[in-house]
Design a protein around this ligand. Structure first.
Ligand code: ADP
Length: 244
């Protein structure tokens, strides 16, 4: 489903991703953990081509982008639509209601009619538990509710893969559960997901595979039961110890 080969990303002299290789089968949930600055966000942004990788290939479904060559804008735009991104700080349009936020992509990018997009948007907002908040503005919603709008907005583009960049880390603790529940439901429906998070409970309960990244490389990976009970690398053990 997703195949990443030799993915590199540098910002000037700073090499942030140093050759990532990863295969993610359809319907699987991968949780990415690692210390701050290890390149997790950059990796997600490369999958969504919000950052242009310096080198390497990314294949999602049947589409491949090869960053060893120059890519063209149209290719990148159609590739980007394969993934839906959920950001740490929601990134909602403040002057648009929940429903208007959700229909923006389908109407502007996909050219759907507003009425059809609204019909689907209401269903998605219902699905994330916000059926009664469709006409609310972001400032009238809690952080957890805003993030659930963010998830509905990403789903509205009907992506093949959902990418979550620390979706709960800006939330007050009592609001985290509702967001994680929506993500867990999505996983159970068979959505392919890549999730950067510090929520180890979520990783243990929902991930098919946990990946530990440090300094731009994958240090260790495994099924959560094995990964948490019996980490093999010293660096992984140190990281997990600090979390406890
Ligand atoms: P993580 O998500 O694991 O905390 P990031 O991917 O955010 O790590 O960052 C990895 C490194 O890349 C950091 O040293 C960060 O400062 C650097 N970095 C990220 N984005 C940029 C950018 N746009 N320009 C320059 N450096 C960046």
């Amino acid at each position: 489903m997703i195949s990443i080969q030799g993915l590199h990303k540098s910002f000037g002299e700073l090499e942030v991703l140093k050759g990532m290789n990863l295969e993610i089968p359809k319907g699987k949930v991968v949780v990415l953990i690692g210390p701050s600055g290890s390149g997790k966000t950059t990796f997600l942004r490369c999958l969504n081509v919000l950052e242009t990788p310096t080198k390497g290939r990314v294949k999602i479904s049947e589409k491949t982008l090869n960053f060893d060559q120059k890519t063209n804008k149209r290719e990148v735009a159609s590739f980007r639509r394969l993934t839906g991104m959920v950001f740490q700080n929601y990134n909602l349009f403040p002057h648009k209601t929940a429903l208007e936020n959700v229909i923006e992509g389908p109407v502007i990018v996909k050219g759907e009619s507003a009425s059809k997009a609204k019909e689907k948007g209401r269903i998605l907002l219902e699905k994330v538990g916000l059926g009664d908040k469709v006409d609310f503005y972001p400032s009238q919603l809690s952080g957890g509710q805003q993030q659930r709008v963010g998830i509905a907005r990403a789903l509205a583009m009907e992506p093949e893969v959902m990418l979550f960049d620390e979706p709960t880390s800006a939330l007050d603790p009592e609001l985290v559960g509702d967001v994680l529940k929506v993500m867990k439901d999505l996983a159970e429906e068979g959505m392919t997901m890549v999730v950067v998070t510090h929520e180890m409970r979520f990783a243990k309960d929902v991930a098919d595979e946990v990946i530990f990244m440090d300094q731009g490389v994958i240090v260790e990976r495994g099924a959560p039961s094995e990964f948490f009970a019996n980490p093999k690398q010293e660096r992984t053990r140190r990281f997990l110890n600090v979390l406890e």
